[in-house]
Design a protein around this ligand. Sequence first.
Ligand SMILES: Cc1cc2nc3c(=O)[nH]c(=O)nc-3n(C[C@H](O)[C@H](O)[C@H](O)COP(=O)(O)OP(=O)(O)OC[C@H]3O[C@@H](n4cnc5c(N)ncnc54)[C@H](O)[C@@H]3O)c2cc1C
Length: 462
Amino acid sequence: MRGRDYRASLRDRRVVHLNGRRVDDLTADPTYAPAVERIEQTYDETFRSGPDATNSLLVAPRSREDLQAQLPLIGSVDVLLLLTYQTLMTLVVAAQRLPESAAHNADRILDFVDDAQRRDVRAALCITDAKGHRRLPPSRQPDPDAYLRVVHRTSTGIVIRGAKLHVSGASLAHELLVMPTKTMKPGEEDWSVACAVPVATPGVTVIDRAYFDPSRPREDQPVSHRESVPSGFVVFDDVEVPHDRVFLDGLTAQAAVFAHSLGLWARLISLANMVRQADLLVGLAELIAEANGIQDIPHVREKIDEMLIHATLLRAGQVAAVAEAQPTRDGYYVPNDLYANATKYLGASRLSVMFRNLHDIAGGLAITVPSTADLASAATGGYLAKYLQAAEGASASERMALFHAIRDATADVYGGWQMVESLQGAGGLYAQRVVTRHHYDMDRAKADARESAGLPPGPQDG
Ligand SMILES: Cc1cc2nc3c(=O)[nH]c(=O)nc-3n(C[C@H](O)[C@H](O)[C@H](O)COP(=O)(O)OP(=O)(O)OC[C@H]3O[C@@H](n4cnc5c(N)ncnc54)[C@H](O)[C@@H]3O)c2cc1C
């Protein structure tokens, strides 16, 4: 597809609601405009012609070098393509992890991946259920729909009901990959379901939340408008899914295969975003310090040093996760679990410190800077040009642009979004702690500690 084909493909009667109203045509709605434009742009940039052409990012890596080669693309393309990458890579890995007895499911999965690559469609990941009472399993919830489930089985397929929350890019995608959010136990067969559903299927309703504000100039939202992708609360109200799109139905022992496979790729994308974000924050801190004339003051330098050390460690973690990528059974390469999870944890848990240092350096204009429209206004522009000057060589409009970038990236709707997303997106801090501990070589650490303490080797020390 080219960009214009993507735009046309959105006019398919999908049911999307935003701020209390139905959005009849996403391509004509100003809230969606920057996201649609960015996705269109990536379609055009990555377009390849020919009947067998596929987007090079959507091909599962067969070596560490393949994975390494994908990193620059991962760092530059739009969010929906990244979600599609995660979706298709998740399916490729999940297909291999299903047992022989579920070979027909694996075949369907791989057929779907081929078809999605050929059609060049975009996909969103529907994992997180409404979950109701967090301590109760699906089968003991007062409302059995708290976790998405199969409500009927017919001769042609299944009928599903439930809601998947926080789904990034749902309204702008073509396909929704539905999968269980957790492990399931015997008796939870109806909740052990994975399938692919086109967004424009009867019974699917997306209730969106967006951070791009079309009533404000894009210049006032310089960071977020480029990253703008709404999150959808996706309701499946008795949605029919034909057999060839059902990847799991009733196999409780395999329910977690999909979410675990996703974890590998989700953390790679999270890491790429964190690395990019950390460098952005360091760059903004240095530029605003220069524009304010304080870049050589010791406490400012120390704060920026602290930020750039953090940014460097995140990059190192990303490099290690790819350099130590692990082969799967079928010879695909996935990021190293230990390094990916530990780095994601570090990035998420210290984002608030990065924000704090930047706010400390930038000053109050980080939130109170007037609009760029006020600088352009004949009535107020002169005042702003006069009083926004600071260090020699830094114009008022440059300082204003920097303050808007800082406010947008860290202190306004998108900044708050980033704070929560870094913690919760791709699983919370707890999830990364569990996986890191699982892969960390604790025996080696204990053996070293015993030796240092002059103790004899423990029972498991080599
Ligand atoms: C911006 C954003 C984008 C996202 N994108 C997607 C997406 O595209 N697709 C998707 O499917 N999901 C997406 N998510 C969802 C994300 O994975 C979840 O937010 C995350 O897994 C936490 O789930 P929750 O929000 O339901 O919070 P909860 O599950 O309510 O968790 C809140 C806290 O309660 C704790 N907790 C909950 N249950 C228990 C328990 N039984 N025992 C102990 N502690 C418990 C958690 O550890 C956590 O600390 C996104 C989230 C955000 C914020």
